[in-house]
Design a protein around this ligand. Structure first.
Ligand SMILES: *Cc1c(COP(=O)(O)O)cnc(C)c1O
Length: 336
C-alpha cells in the first residue's frame, strides 16, 4: 500500500457529490445463469447524485478544482446520450455554476434520456453539426475561449471527463472496493468493467497498483479498438500518477481490454448487449444500460463461456450507470 500517495490524494480538494461507499450486492441468479461461482455487482449506478454513475467520481475532484479557480461555467461535451455531460450539468447546477454541453452531430428531433436530463439541469446545449467526435474536443476549447472574451471564467473538461484529475476519482473507487472487501474479509479475483474513454479503467489500474491489490481488472471496450483504448489508459494512468508525484505504475502489459463487444459502434445498441440488459432485468431485477454496462456484461458472459474468467474467488462487475439511455426510443435505445 502506497500510504503517502494516498495521503496526497486525500489532501486534494474534493466536493462530496456521491453517497459513498456505493453498495456491493450479490447477483446469485446471474452468476448461476453465467456459470460463475460467485458474482458481485459494485453499484456505482446508485451513487446518488444526478442519476448516478461512474462520472460522478471524477467530477468530485474536477468540480472542486474548478471552484478553486473561481470558474463560473463548466464546458464539456460528447454524444447526445452522454452520461458524463449529464453528470457535469448536475455538478454545475449543484455548485451554482453554468454549464455548456457540446454534442457531436445534429440535434435530434426530440429530447430523450440523458439529453433531456441535461436540458432539465439548465445546461446550454450546442451541437457541432459534425459527426467527427474529435471535433467536440476542438469545440470545447473554442467555446471556452469565446466565454473568456465576454468575461466569463470557463472550466473546460475533456470529452468523457477523461483527464488526469478525473482519473484520481476512480483510484478512490478502487480503494473503496478494497476497504469493503477487507471489512468482510473476502477479496475478489477478477473485476470487470466497461471501457469508453478509458479514464475509469486507468484509475482502477493505478489504484490497484497503489494498493498492491492482487485482483485482476479487465475492461470490455464499448467504443474503440482495444489497442487504441489500451494506449489511452496507459497515458491517462501515467498523467494521474504524476499528479501524486508517483512514477508511471501501469504498463501496457497490465491492461487487459477485450474487443468484440462494440457491435455496430459506440452508442449503437447490439443484440448481445440488449440480451444482457434483458437477462439482468428478468432474472435478477437489475437494470444495465444498452451503451456501456449491457455490452460489457455481454462481454463477461461470453468470456465466462469461453473459460477465460477465473472464478476461484468472487468476480465483481462494476455497474458504472447509464440507465437514462433505456428511456430513449430510436437508434440509441434498446433494439427490442
Ligand atoms: C463513461 C461510462 C463508462 C466508461 O468510462 P470511461 O472512463 O469513459 O472509460 C462506463 N459506463 C458508463 C455508464 C459510462 O457513462
Amino acid at each position: 500500500m502506497n500510504a503517502t500517495a494516498f495521503e496526497r490524494l486525500d489532501a486534494l480538494p474534493r466536493d462530496r457529490l456521491g453517497l459513498t461507499p456505493t453498495p456491493i450486492t450479490a447477483a446469485p441468479e446471474l452468476a448461476h445463469a453465467l456459470g460463475l461461482r460467485e458474482l458481485w455487482i459494485k453499484r456505482d449506478e446508485l451513487i446518488g447524485f444526478g442519476f448516478g454513475g461512474n462520472k460522478v467520481r471524477g467530477l468530485e475532484l474536477l468540480l472542486a478544482h474548478a471552484r478553486a479557480q473561481s470558474a463560473d461555467v463548466l464546458v464539456t461535451g460528447a454524444g447526445a446520450q452522454s452520461n458524463h455531460v449529464r453528470a457535469t450539468a448536475a455538478a454545475a447546477a449543484y455548485a451554482g455554476m453554468d454549464a455548456v454541453a457540446i454534442y457531436w452531430g445534429d440535434a435530434p428531433l426530440s429530447m430523450q434520456g440523458n439529453l433531456k436530463l441535461t436540458h432539465c439541469l439548465g445546461a446550454e446545449i450546442r451541437f457541432t453539426g459534425n459527426l467527427d467526435r474529435t471535433q467536440v474536443d476542438v469545440a470545447i476549447e473554442a467555446v471556452a475561449d469565446e466565454l473568456r472574451t465576454v468575461g466569463r471564467r470557463p472550466y473546460p473538461i475533456p470529452r468523457g471527463g477523461a483527464c488526469a484529475l478525473g482519473v484520481l476519482g476512480h483510484v478512490l473507487a478502487a480503494r473503496e472496493l478494497h476497504r469493503q472487501c477487507v471489512a468482510i474479509d473476502r477479496m475478489p479475483g477478477t473485476i470487470v468493467q466497461a471501457v469508453g474513454s478509458g479514464g475509469t479503467l486507468a484509475g482502477w489500474l493505478l489504484g490497484t497498483a497503489m494498493l498492491g491489490a492482487r485482483w485482476r481488472v479487465e475492461g470490455v471496450s464499448v467504443s474503440r479498438p482495444a489497442d487504441e483504448a489500451r494506449d489511452r489508459v496507459v497515458q491517462l494512468a501515467g498523467e494521474a500518477a504524476a499528479l501524486l508525484d508517483l512514477p508511471q505504475m501501469v504498463s501496457a502489459s497490465d491492461v487487459t481490454i477485450h474487443d468484440g463487444f462494440i457491435g455496430d459502434g459506440y452508442g449503437v445498441p447490439s443484440l448481445a448487449g440488449d440480451d444482457a440488459v434483458m437477462k439482468a432485468a428478468r432474472i435478477q431485477g437489475l437494470f444495465f444500460d444498452p451503451t456501456y454496462t449491457g455490452k460489457a456484461f455481454a462481454g463477461l458472459c461470453s468470456l465466462t463461456k469461453a473459460g477465460r474468467i477465473d472464478d476461484r474467488a468472487p468476480v465483481v462487475f462494476i455497474h458504472t450507470g447509464g440507465e437514462p439511455a433505456l428511456f430513449v426510443n430510436g437508434s440509441t435505445g434498446l433494439t427490442r
